[in-house]
Design a protein around this ligand. Structure first.
Ligand SMILES: [Zn+2]
Length: 186
C-alpha cells in the first residue's frame, strides 16, 4: 500500500501531485521527508539525511519521484550508500519510479545542519560545527579552539585534521582530559 497518500485537504502543507495511470494521488511532501528521515549518513550514524541538510527537495516529474540531494563532501563514499538507501526506502513505500538527483551548486555547508542535528552531535560527544563556515584552518583552530562537547571548555587543541572520517577532525580537551571529534565547518 502507498502509505503516504492522503486526501488533499491540508491547508498549509505542501501537496505533491502524483499521477498514476488510474488516478491522481495527492502526496504530502512532509510525509516523504519523514520517510527519508529513516536514512542515516553512514559516516555520522547519529544524523539522518534530512537534518543534515543533504535532502534539498522532493518532487514528482510525471510519475517519477525525484529526490534532490547535495553531497556533503565531494567524493564522500557515503553518498553511494545514501543514494541506494533512498531508492530502497521509497520503493518500499510503493513508489515505482524513484530517482536521486545530485545538486552541486550551491555546495553543501555545515550551516545547513539543523539545530536538532547539532544538539545530537554534541550528545554523542562530537563537537558540532559552529556558526560560521569556511574558517577551517589550523590558524583558526589556534585562535579559536573548538568547544569541548563534554565539559564546554575551550582549553582544547587539535591533534589531527582527520578523525575516523574525512569530515571530522580530532581534538583533545586539557580540562577534562578527553579526546573528542569535531564535525568540521565547511
Ligand atoms: Zn572537556
Amino acid at each position: 500500500m502507498l502509505r503516504v497518500h492522503i486526501p488533499a485537504q491540508n491547508g498549509n502543507k505542501e501537496i505533491l501531485r502524483y499521477p498514476t495511470t488510474k488516478k491522481l494521488y495527492m502526496v504530502d511532501k512532509e510525509k516523504i521527508l519523514e520517510t527519508l528521515k529513516e536514512v542515516y549518513d553512514p559516516e555520522i550514524p547519529v544524523l539522518n539525511i534530512v537534518e543534515m541538510g543533504i535532502v534539498r527537495d522532493v518532487l514528482f516529474e510525471g510519475k517519477k519521484l525525484v529526490v534532490k540531494i547535495t553531497p556533503t563532501y565531494s567524493g564522500c563514499p557515503a553518498m553511494k550508500t545514501i543514494e541506494e538507501e533512498i531508492l530502497n526506502i521509497l520503493h518500499d513505500d510503493d513508489f515505482d519510479e524513484v530517482a536521486v538527483e545530485k545538486i552541486y551548486a550551491p555546495p553543501w555547508t555545515s550551516d545547513w545542519l539543523t539545530g536538532e542535528a547539532k544538539h545530537k552531535l554534541k550528545q554523542h560527544g562530537i563537537a558540532p560545527p559552529e556558526k560560521n563556515s569556511g574558517i577551517d584552518s589550523s590558524r583558526d583552530y589556534a585562535v579559536k579552539p573548538v568547544l569541548c562537547p563534554f565539559c564546554n571548555s575551550r582549553n582544547t587543541s587539535i591533534t589531527s585534521f582527520f578523525g575516523s572520517t574525512a569530515c571530522k577532525s580530532l581534538h583533545y580537551c586539557f580540562d577534562c582530559t578527553q579526546p573528542f571529534e569535531h564535525f568540521k565547518c565547511i
